[in-house]
Design a protein around this ligand. Structure first.
Ligand SMILES: Nc1ncnc2c1ncn2[C@@H]1O[C@H](COP(=O)(O)OP(=O)(O)O)[C@@H](O)[C@H]1O
Ligand SMILES: [Mg+2]
Length: 353
């Protein structure tokens, strides 16, 4: 599960609530965890992992750590990916599966590869409602967390008792999810979360009534939360790029939009005699013969660096930009000034021309 939301939306608190309920099963939430450390701490036991503040910060070490963690989450989420081979003391090979749930939070979710995307349910928290009595609500919250801690042992006992119906429950919910149009893995991810809910709330096999009640959260879980945002997300990323100011000659600053407009029109502007070759340095290439602007979003491109510190850092700009109408990602590399580059191609209309 991937919970995202603005600073102060209650992500850490919700994670803390889960930690209180899970008790020793999960242990404290992790901050800044390396996958090797986590593996060791878990001692390869199938226990849930809670990770707070999984933020991209633009540094390559963080992004490598996050990739390793996502790989661990993928392995833990089962399927053939969960098989881990190890040599044993008597030199016979043993293979075992490490399965378990992962719950991470961050302000923006990091870019997930398609094979990982369907393994996470992404939930977005809205801003907390304003309260006239912050002290009182703080106290209530403390009481709730204490209640959850007190409940933990009984909660786990109940789940354990109900666990024999886990497979059946998942299968039934998964079938519903697939009938709603989810693909198999997406259906499984959602079914695992809702089967957990059913096991937590009820005793005995799931019936039609309980399945019916799950339909609403199910359709939310299998609906792609990115889908609605995609168009605007791409537009936001483009607007961010176009409004960046870059220093040009004579101590002047020009926005990327001004530079691209001038480059397309073949004009010079104050401080920049040749906007086309000026933009080259940023990985922005105006291809007049194609009537396209190529955007080079590789990690080594200056364009990607323009996004550092934003929610589109670490190459997430590419994912966002390619959702835009008028932007395409050609299958093959494009020849740019004699060099092959994997770029996005945007038509002039993207820039208001
Ligand atoms: N459900 C809630 N009801 C009332 N106050 C909350 C709730 N969740 C969080 N808070 C309070 O809001 C503040 C921010 O919460 P926090 O979990 O740290 O947010 P985030 O991790 O998203 O930045 C904290 O003071 C926390 O006690
Ligand atoms: Mg937090």
């Amino acid at each position: 599960m991937y919970v995202i939301g603005k600073r102060g939306s209650g992500k850490s608190t919700l994670l803390e609530a889960a930690a209180c309920l899970l008790g020793d099963l999960s242990g404290e939430p992790w901050n800044d965890a390396t996958s090797a450390g986590l593996r060791q701490a878990r001692n390869n036991q199938a226990r849930p992992l809670l990770i707070d503040e999984f933020e991209p910060d633009g540094s390559s070490t963080t992004s490598a750590k996050q990739k390793a963690l996502i790989a661990l989450a993928r392995a833990m989420s089962g399927g053939s990916g969960g098989r881990i081979a190890r040599g044993s003391a008597d030199h016979s090979a043993v293979s075992f599966r490490m399965v378990g749930a992962t719950y991470v939070t961050s302000i923006n979710h990091i870019q997930l590869e398609p094979q990982d995307r369907s393994r996470f349910a992404i939930l977005q928290l809205n801003a907390l409602p304003k309260t006239g009595h912050p002290e009182q609500s703080q106290l209530k919250l403390e009481q709730l967390l204490k209640k959850l801690r007190d409940l933990s042992a009984r909660f786990r006992g109940h789940m354990l008792k109900q666990s024999s119906r886990w497979d059946r429950t998942v299968a039934k919910i998964k079938a519903r999810a697939m009938s709603l149009g989810a693909d198999a893995r997406q259906a499984e991810t959602a079914a695992a979360i809702l089967a957990g809910l059913d096991l937590a709330l009820f005793k005995g096999d799931i019936d039609e009534l309980r399945l019916e009640d799950l339909m609403e959260p199910l359709s939310v879980l299998i609906g792609d939360p990115d889908e609605a945002e995609e168009e605007s997300e791409g537009q936001q990323a483009l607007d961010f790029l176009l409004s960046r100011l870059v220093r040009v000659d004579h101590g002047l600053e020009r926005s990327v939009q001004e530079l691209i407009t001038a480059a397309i029109k073949g004009k010079s502007i104050d401080g920049v005699v040749d906007p086309v070759s000026f933009l080259d340095r940023y990985g922005i290439y105006v291809l007049k013969r194609k009537s396209r602007v190529a955007l080079w979003c590789s990690t080594s491109s200056q364009l990607t660096k323009v996004f550092s510190g934003s929610k589109w850092a670490d190459g997430a700009c590419k994912t966002a930009l390619k959702q835009l109408d008028g932007v395409e990602e050609p299958k093959n590399a494009v020849r740019i000034y004699g060099r092959q580059k994997r770029v996005l191609l945007a038509n002039y209309a993207c820039f208001g021309l």
